[in-house]
Write a protein that binds this ligand. Structure first.
Ligand SMILES: Cc1cc2nc3c(=O)[nH]c(=O)nc-3n(C[C@H](O)[C@H](O)[C@H](O)COP(=O)(O)OP(=O)(O)OC[C@H]3O[C@@H](n4cnc5c(N)ncnc54)[C@H](O)[C@@H]3O)c2cc1C
Ligand code: FES
Ligand code: FES
Length: 492
């Protein structure tokens, strides 16, 4: 890590804001409300669920001529992650005394009652209209899937969006002033941001203690820092770490933010696989796989909400290792490989061999996920996946299943099946694969699937579903996959 700077710099409404002396785990939401007194942005849940805290965060686009914005849950994002970026809050929308067309239409269509959710809803809609000015109903409900409104109901809000879209040109936020400022605060060829721990002055010695936040720009710097600080917390999209800060009051001593590491933001496409860097967002992965793996893209569309997907990563999902993590069944069925890095050495580990127990994995101290290699479907290979959850969107799975297979001489072959929600970590379902392998679909016996489930897993009721429900759903998902295939073949 080169030089140290203790100042976070970001752009807000045409000026550069410099922040010194804040705790490293202060959230963007707390800073907005308590320091800047921008109280338009609300705190509802402080866990990414309600959307009252949604703001827009932008970075210079690839040609450096404009700013690409996304929505984020400001309750989950740590303030230092804003360094080098542009922030827009609901207060930013007022231009020359006029509200944004989305705000005016919300008023005209009675899209707000108590108003608590309204700033977050407005920000989600304004963000959508920066890239989509003719949204369908589905585009609008997708954009709002992380915004809860308890009073109004969504009909007038959807009507307001259509009405606002009649004012095409006025929807665009003028980002030109921000472009120059973002170039000014860019840290390329400048010190890597490294916020030291707080200075503790004791009678004799002056030491630094705790809460160091570093934001390296290269993967080598990350690896080196982790060797020196094996217990450091890696920070990617912050959708898990932000919860630990808000709900468990964790204050990690060393936080390594990966969001500015160029190599980790890269996606490489070869004829046989996609190599997805560790901080590529789930939204980007969703678009990457949409054409070739539509079911995977649909699982990701139902992953959290747009503000979660714009920041959260595959690597964070995998490393966190929740038994109901959603990306893992898809990645396991496809045969994804993890590229793990320790110092200057890398090794490959198949995702199916990564977990060793509940939230336990094979990573050693100082090791981290550099990239995920996702095999692209080959000729004759089918991929299917489906997520079962209580709510359609913004909900984690009761169970999610994914399967790849081929049909050879009318028989299932090369079957790879994986579930979450059935065992302490997402896992391949080897026993069910055996039941399916080599069979004609019409000969598959559901009771054999039930037996394989009973033999492979320990019955356990969970908060989101009972074992009876999960095991039945797991069996039915397999039957749905193969029977849908059969009816499509018969219909062709
Ligand atoms: C409102 C909400 C909705 C959610 N919905 C879903 C859902 O539908 N499905 C689902 O599966 N999950 C869901 N989650 C959980 C969470 O969003 C995912 O697990 C997400 O993929 C985590 O990624 P992240 O980049 O935000 O991780 P972070 O919070 O940044 O990190 C998570 C963990 O991974 C570690 N880590 C991060 N990057 C690396 C790396 N490169 N190498 C090693 N370790 C690393 C971190 O140190 C930390 O321990 C939801 C969370 C919230 C708050
Ligand atoms: S306060 Fe509810 S999502 Fe942030
Ligand atoms: S207007 Fe009251 S919660 Fe939406």
């Amino acid at each position: 890590m080169s030089e140290v700077t203790n100042t976070v710099r970001f752009v807000l409404d045409g000026r550069i804001v410099e922040v010194k002396g804040e705790r490293r785990t202060t959230t963007v939401l707390d800073y907005l409300r308590e320091d800047l007194r921008r109280t338009g942005t609300k705190e509802g849940c402080a866990e990414g669920d309600c959307g009252a805290c949604v703001v827009m965060v932008g970075e210079l686009n690839a040609s450096q001529t404009g700013v690409d914005y996304v929505t984020v849950n400001s309750c989950l994002q740590l303030l230092p992650t804003l360094d080098g970026k542009s922030l827009k809050t609901v207060e930013s929308l007022k231009v020359n005394g006029h509200m944004h067309p989305i705000q005016e239409a919300m008023r005209d269509c009675h899209g707000s009652q108590c108003g608590f959710c309204t700033p977050g809803i407005v920000m989600s809609l304004v963000n959508m209209t920066q890239t989509n000015r003719n949204p369908s109903r589905l585009d609008i409900t997708d954009a709002l899937s992380g915004n809860l409104c308890r009073c109004t109901g969504y009909k007038p809000i959807i009507e307001a969006t259509h009405k606002a879209c009649e004012h095409q040109t006025a929807l665009h936020l003028d980002d030109q002033a921000d472009v120059g400022l973002l170039k000014e605060i860019k840290r390329e060829d400048q010190p890597t941001l490294s916020l030291e721990g707080e200075l503790i002055v004791q009678p004799v010695v002056r030491t630094r203690k705790g809460n160091e936040f570093v934001s390296p720009s290269s993967v080598e710097e990350v690896a080196k820092y982790l060797i020196q600080h094996p217990n450091a917390t890696l920070l990617a999209g912050s959708s898990e770490v932000g919860l630990q800060v808000n709900k468990e009051f964790r204050r990690p001593d060393h936080i390594v933010y990966l969001g500015h590491v160029k190599e980790l933001k890269a996606v490489q496409t070869t004829p046989s696989f996609w190599r997805v860097g560790a901080v590529v967002s789930l939204e980007e992965v969703m678009h990457l796989v949409k054409t070739e793996l539509p079911d995977f893209a649909e699982v990701l569309r139902r992953f959290g909400s747009p503000p979660i997907r714009y920041t959260a990563t595959l690597a964070g999902n995998i490393a966190n290792g929740s038994p109901i993590g959603d990306s893992m069944p898809c990645l396991m069925a496809l045969g994804a490989q993890l590229i793990l890095r320790l110092g200057s050495k890398t090794r490959r580990v198949g995702l199916e061999g990564f977990y060793t127990g509940l939230k336990k994995n094979v990573m050693q101290a100082s090791e981290f996920i550099e990239a995920i290699e996702i095999p692209r479907p080959q000729d004759g290979q089918y991929f299917v996946a489906h997520k079962i959850s209580k709510r359609f969107e913004q909900d984690i799975s009761a169970t999610c299943a994914a399967m790849t297979y081929q049909i050879e001489n009318e028989r299932l072959s090369q079957v790879r099946l994986a579930f979450n929600g059935l065992s302490p970590s997402p896992a391949r379902a080897y026993a069910i694969e055996k039941v399916l392998e080599g069979k004609r679909i019409q000969d598959v016996d559901p009771t054999q699937i039930d037996q394989a489930i009973a033999q492979s897993y320990t019955a356990r009721d969970g908060l989101r579903a009972t074992w009876a429900y999960r095991s039945l759903v797991a069996r039915n998902l397999v039957l749905k996959f193969i029977n849908t295939h059969l009816s499509e073949v018969n219909a062709a």
